[in-house]
Design a protein around this ligand. Structure first.
Ligand code: NFS
Length: 668
């Protein structure tokens, strides 16, 4: 678009709260370059599509139902249309997460067969535990033999036609009964996605509640299927995360080293590029080209994969992908799948940056394609790194914002369990006790994207700060977690922001008040934590009874709706911000809130305003506390004696401690 035709956009300060982003937006302006921020300013969202009232499912339309009582050409009502649009988005989101899981499973299979160059099994303990769970014999067998069987069983989960998904069996008994009773138990991962595409085709399912039930089931096939497979098998191949020091934001780029950014989602590529970056011959080659070294950084969830496992720096979250290129310091941006803006290759033409696509599924016009294949992964990774080095001497002016923060990510559910158990008694008891006593008021999972329709990171930052003040423990994944990293929340120092009760618990257990649990597929770890919290006892029989809420205040992708659906189907209250894609239908809004709450215990609501979001979160947490008969949240009771009181409690036996904490023995 010609500059003179551009509408007046937001200032850099209005576009992002992040000083690094603000600096790069000023630079973009100087250079006359577009970004997602300016494109969002210049492109109003279509008001009909935004509310879910446009039907493009057949070619008698598109039909726009803009007045009460209107139907589409076929007679489809606004309820049907809104529900179909939502369900299709869930199907696409579930397909994306799950297909990522499938690719990891194929990499594990090839690794087991000795055909995957450069990969190895890094967490054999987790492999063996999973094998036992899946009924694979482990006695007198090598890790590789076991890996082949485990991978084949996981791959078969995708094509399974009948029965129940294996990992869905991990859910609490009460939950599984609800799924069975309502016909929501996922049968096979691919089947549930295809089921939605079929039933939302013209002339099929035309009952909103029925369509939305299919969305819940497809969501579950992602959360307790594809995503859980992605998480577990990635841990087996690349290591189960534990806390590690890292850095976040554009300031991680180096002006005297070759900068390679990995962007996208799958750990298979980024992990191998990481190995290639420390190859002596490539380091030497970089030196020959005048660079002091090779610096790897990530963007989006592939960044989370390497950040939580190896502490590889993150250059930022979703809206940083273009800003990284604008630094002029990125020699190669290597992308695989998902959340990659098509704008990248065009933007890169203004710099020297080489945008390299690698997935057989993803080519972008004008990007360089170097297809990745796990069978020769290391060779390809080395070629990619070499290409980045070759590009280093082509750099023009470089401007890297001097903005970065230390972070400590890597809180897998295994580590949280160990961290809490390591203090006195095994498992989640201390967390449950802390919630029961009211020291921790509840738990919030703040996940999801950035969206250029709002000031970048503003709501993530606001909500995390406010929740900590209210003694709410925050767990995070995805771009929300990277946002928290930028503002210093992923460090022990964040305790300064925490309320008195949360602070006591964190000081006593060594747990920070904000836990970075991984990438978006690792939301499956949150399902596991919730299940283990239920199994530990004292917080009800089901996930729906736990004082917990899931939020995605700055979401933008279909994957966020898939996550929201499986969390709701698992019993959680989920709030999404930004926009309301079901606004057109009061009936659908009712079904997904009140209706689902009655039937599955969880619900989805779209709340745009952050203060209202906070109010609803706290109201829900307090409602769940009251239903469990827990003491009302009262921060004045805690914090006076701080460590001393906790140390006294630590001296007690668990039964005595329970009594001292909330006046009655533990219920387990
Ligand atoms: Ni999640 Fe990860 Fe980020 Fe959103 Fe995209 S990277 S899978 S979709 S934008 S959180």
């Amino acid at each position: 678009m010609a500059a003179e035709k551009k509408k007046k956009g937001r200032t850099p300060e209005e576009s992002s709260i992040d000083p690094a982003a603000q600096e790069m937006l000023v630079r973009a302006e100087e250079l006359g370059l577009e970004t997602a921020f300016s494109r969002a300013d210049n492109m109003k969202p279509c008001p009909i599509g935004a509310k879910g009232q446009c039907c493009k499912i057949c070619f008698m339309g598109p039909c726009r139902l803009t007045k009460d009582g209107m139907t589409g050409v076929c007679g489809a009502t606004i309820e049907t249309i809104t529900a179909r649009n939502f369900a299709r988005a869930v199907a696409a989101g579930a397909a994306s997460h799950s297909d990522h899981g499938r690719d990891v499973a194929f990499t594990l299979l090839a690794t087991g067969k000795g055909e995957a160059q450069g990969y190895q099994i890094r967490d054999p303990g987790k492999l063996r535990r999973l094998a036992e769970e899946l009924g694979v014999s482990t006695a007198d067998r090598t890790n590789e033999e076991i890996a082949v069987d485990v991978a084949e069983i996981c791959i078969a989960q995708f094509g399974q036609q009948k029965g129940e998904l294996a990992m869905a069996q991990r859910a609490p008994e009460t939950r599984k009964e609800i799924w069975r009773k309502l016909g929501l138990m996922p049968r096979g991962i691919d089947r549930e996605v295809v089921d939605i595409l079929h039933r939302t085709h013209m002339g099929d399912d035309q009952d909103a509640e029925h369509i939305l039930d299919a969305a819940l089931r497809a969501g579950l096939s992602d959360g307790w299927g594809g995503s859980m497979i992605a998480t577990d098998l990635s841990d087996i191949l690349f290591g189960t995360p534990s806390p590690i020091l890292g850095e976040v934001n554009l300031g991680v780029l180096k002006d005297d080293e070759v900068n390679i950014i990995v962007h996208g989602h799958e750990p298979t590529l980024s992990q191998m590029i990481l190995v290639a970056c420390s190859e002596p011959d490539l380091l030497k080659y970089a030196e020959e080209k005048g660079a002091k070294g090779i610096n790897l950084a990530g963007i989006c969830c592939t960044s989370n994969e390497t950040l939580v496992r190896q502490g590889v720096a993150s250059a930022g979250n979703f809206l940083h992908q273009e800003l990284a290129i604008i630094t002029g310091a990125v020699d190669a941006m290597v992308v695989d799948v998902q959340c990659i803006m098509q704008a990248l290759p065009q933007l890169a033409k203004n710099f020297h940056t080489e945008v390299i696509t690698t997935s057989p599924k993803v080519k972008i016009t004008d990007a360089t394609h170097m297809e990745f294949d796990e069978h020769s992964a290391f060779d390809i990774a080395k070629q990619i790194v070499r290409k980045a080095i070759d590009n280093f001497p082509n750099r023009g002016k470089v401007q890297i914002p001097d903005v970065k923060s230390d972070v400590v990510p890597g809180f897998s559910h295994e580590y949280i369990n160990y961290m809490l158990g390591g203090t006195y008694r095994g498992s989640f008891r201390p967390l449950n006790d802390a919630i029961m006593s009211g020291r921790i008021r509840g738990v919030v999972a703040d996940v999801g994207c950035n969206n250029p329709r709002m000031q970048q990171d503003f709501q993530h930052d606001y909500l995390v700060r406010e929740l900590l003040k209210q003694d709410v423990l925050v767990v995070q994944t995805g771009c929300g977690a990277i946002a928290s990293g930028k503002y210093g929340f992923l460090l022990g120092e964040a305790l300064e922001l925490a309320g008195p009760g949360l602070r006591e618990i964190c000081e006593a257990t060594g747990m920070p008040p904000v836990l970075h649990m991984g990438s978006c597929v690792d939301n499956s770890r949150i399902l596991t934590v919730l299940t283990q919290v239920v199994e530990e006892g004292g917080l009800g029989e089901d996930i729906s009874e736990v004082p917990a809420v899931g939020i995605a205040p700055e979401w933008m992708s279909e994957k966020a709706l898939a996550i929201a659906s499986y969390c709701a189907a698992s019993g959680a209250y989920v709030i999404l911000g930004i926009t309301d894609p079901i606004e057109a239908s009061n009936t659908v809004t009712e079904i997904m809130s009140k209706g689902w709450e009655e039937r599955v215990g969880g619900k989805i609501e779209f709340v745009i305003e952050e203060e209202e979001m906070l109010r609803r979160i706290l109201e829900h947490i307090d409602k769940k506390r009251a239903a469990l008969g827990l003491p009302e949240y009262d921060p004045t009771k805690f914090g006076q004696s701080g460590d001393k009181r906790m140390n006294e409690l630590l001296e007690l036996k668990p039964e005595e401690r329970a009594e001292a904490l909330y006046g009655q023995p533990a219920s387990d």
